[in-house]
Design a protein around this ligand. Structure first.
Ligand SMILES: [Zn+2]
Length: 282
């Protein structure tokens, strides 16, 4: 198996919304805010190559936005785009066999589609199966007002009507060494890939642990639709992460690709080591 981090671009979100009830004096130590109180966020996909499969987990925000949207979210594609990051490792859009979408918020699935010359969205991976949780798709197609700004029609509708779409119903093993957990606090049925690589267990942490600053138990985002469920899910994941030396792959951390978790002297969960993925892939 080969693993590659795929940087698709950067953007910014309100720091307060990203840390829920946590006071700014605490969260700004790990995630400093800009003049608009926004924190820097990566949109880091993960490419998994195994036998004849080339699997892309999430794909960033894409390019189907206008100037106002770009400004509001400080979208930055100067240094990275999905296309350039794939190109760098010699993988083309046609090569991708599977796209696993953790969920359909715009910063996770926007890169699935682009606009053709007539302004119609199409799927940019002509040969890929697109894996989405069935309950999540139904939820995203009929969004509640609180989440509506994150579920964009131009992202979701082309996926929903595509013959490439493969619906998953709950937790499963997609192929040996690649299983999927489902959590329901951030949104309905977010799916989190768990990858067995060499002797390591890697959790694609998506929006359950978006950055290394989000490891402490109560550091739950305001965006989450069911924060108490997120808390429960973190209470289940954190002991498993610590006891099994699970490596978290951070989708949104602008500084660190990977990290581990420890219990500190006060008995609280805390980010431990942070390191680039190549430290384990060589
Ligand atoms: Zn999300």
């Amino acid at each position: 198996m080969e693993l590659y981090p795929i940087e698709t671009g950067r953007f910014r979100l309100d720091g307060g919304a990203m840390f829920g009830v946590v006071p700014k004096v605490l969260w700004q130590r790990t995630n400093p805010a800009d003049e608009y109180n926004r924190i820097l966020m990566a949109m880091r996909a993960l490419l998994v190559i195994e036998n004849n499969r080339i699997v892309l987990i999430d794909n960033g925000i894409g390019h189907k936005y206008d100037e106002k949207f770009a400004k509001n979210y400080a979208i930055d594609h100067e240094t990275y785009t999905l296309e350039s990051s794939l190109h760098q490792i010699g993988v083309s859009l046609e090569d991708i066999t599977d796209v696993v979408l953790t969920h359909l918020h715009f910063d996770h699935c926007g890169g699935t589609t682009a606009l053709d010359n007539n302004g119609n969205p199409y799927i940019i991976f002509p040969n890929a199966r697109i894996w989405v949780q069935k309950r999540h798709l139904a939820w995203a197609l009929n969004p509640n007002p609180r989440e509506k700004a994150s579920f964009l029609k131009e992202n979701i509708e082309p996926i929903a009507r595509s013959e490439q779409l493969q619906l998953l119903d709950g937790e499963t093993e997609l192929f040996p060494g690649f299983s999927i957990k489902v959590v329901n606090g951030h949104t309905e049925a977010q799916q989190l890939p768990i990858i067995q690589y060499k002797d390591y267990t890697i959790l694609y942490a998506a929006d359950l642990f978006p950055t290394h600053g989000h490891i402490p138990l109560p550091y739950v985002m305001s965006y989450d639709v069911r924060p108490l469920i997120t808390l429960q899910e973190r209470q289940e994941f954190l002991p498993w992460i610590v006891n099994n030396n699970v490596i978290l792959f951070y989708e949104h951390d602008p500084y660190y690709e990977c990290g581990t978790v420890k219990i500190n002297e006060k008995g609280k969960y805390q980010s431990d080591k942070t390191f680039p993925l190549k430290e384990i892939t060589g």
